[in-house]
Design a protein around this ligand. Sequence first.
Ligand code: NAP
Length: 318
Amino acid sequence: MRTTMNVLLTGNNLALRAGERPVPVPGSDQLLVRTRALALNNADLAHGGDERIAGYEFSGEVIGVGSGVDAGLVGARVAGTTPAAFAQYVVVHHRHVITIPESVSFEDAASLPTALLTESGALSVAGVGAGDSVLITAAASGIGLIGVQLARLMGAAPVIATTRSAHKRALLERIGADTAITTGEQDLVAAVLEATAGQGVSAVLDHVAGEMIAAVVPATRLGGKIISVGRLGGSEATVDLYALAARQATLQSVSYGFTPPETIGDLLAALESRVLPALADGRIKAVVDTVLPFADAASAVERLGSGQALGKIVLRMP
Ligand SMILES: NC(=O)c1ccc[n+]([C@@H]2O[C@H](COP(=O)([O-])OP(=O)(O)OC[C@H]3O[C@@H](n4cnc5c(N)ncnc54)[C@H](OP(=O)(O)O)[C@@H]3O)[C@@H](O)[C@H]2O)c1
């Protein structure tokens, strides 16, 4: 086997650029994966800090295992999330991957782990179940598109999705949103109250933060849960605590970047019973905007930064 591999580097305020690094060796509890596809996330646009291998999301085939890992996993098709993923070979904790159903391509699979982990985690923190009404803001974001589908899978109704771009509404409705709202053109609270018979939603999965947090409080039903998942509009928010109290609402913030590895493993394992079968039979679908060759990472970064993408941007490995 080769001793060096092609990678994409970040850090020193420079965008993704090609480099070469030694092939990693799997440690205890780790898999060695030959990657087949990589997916971009907003976090990949933060180029600060020391030079390092970029990326988090990947799919590929297990080609080796460290101590304490079942050697029977060699040959498995997996997708996962781990730092230093933008490389031909990745080492990852054996519980930080999902097994890819046969019907799902490597390109689609690479786009899923962060969204499945984050959105299923947030829906579970919100306690969303059958019959709950859910509002998902910036629902056309990579993770929001999976959040809408997972909420439906859990039996939530109605599922209400927001976008700032009218041309993205059709996509939101196609993936299962009962109501799509164009913020900036429609009154958010009025539209949510109309869709919920005046009650407001049981849960909000918010990907915007900034002014959106205060805006969704009056769209929340009595005792509702507001889960802050993303901060696309800035991480600082001013909330009127009287307004929150009037709705007896709970505001909770989640970040799976700060979640202990053990809990990440538990959250991914919990996908096996209900979500992976739905992925296999197409009830949950990856939404991929563009697949580009690994050598064209610059175009991938440009597309991600444009805000025009309808789904995830994926790099195919040579
Ligand atoms: N909590 C966690 O563990 C976790 C995990 C992963 C990601 N995140 C966070 O979740 C957010 C979404 O990530 P992503 O990678 O899925 O995003 P993404 O795919 O890059 O989403 C971009 C889309 O979000 C919308 N958007 C962008 N800026 C906005 C703003 N200021 N206000 C409203 N909408 C805005 C735009 O769609 P429209 O045209 O429809 O407005 C844009 O196309 C990010 O903040 C990310 O850091 C959190």
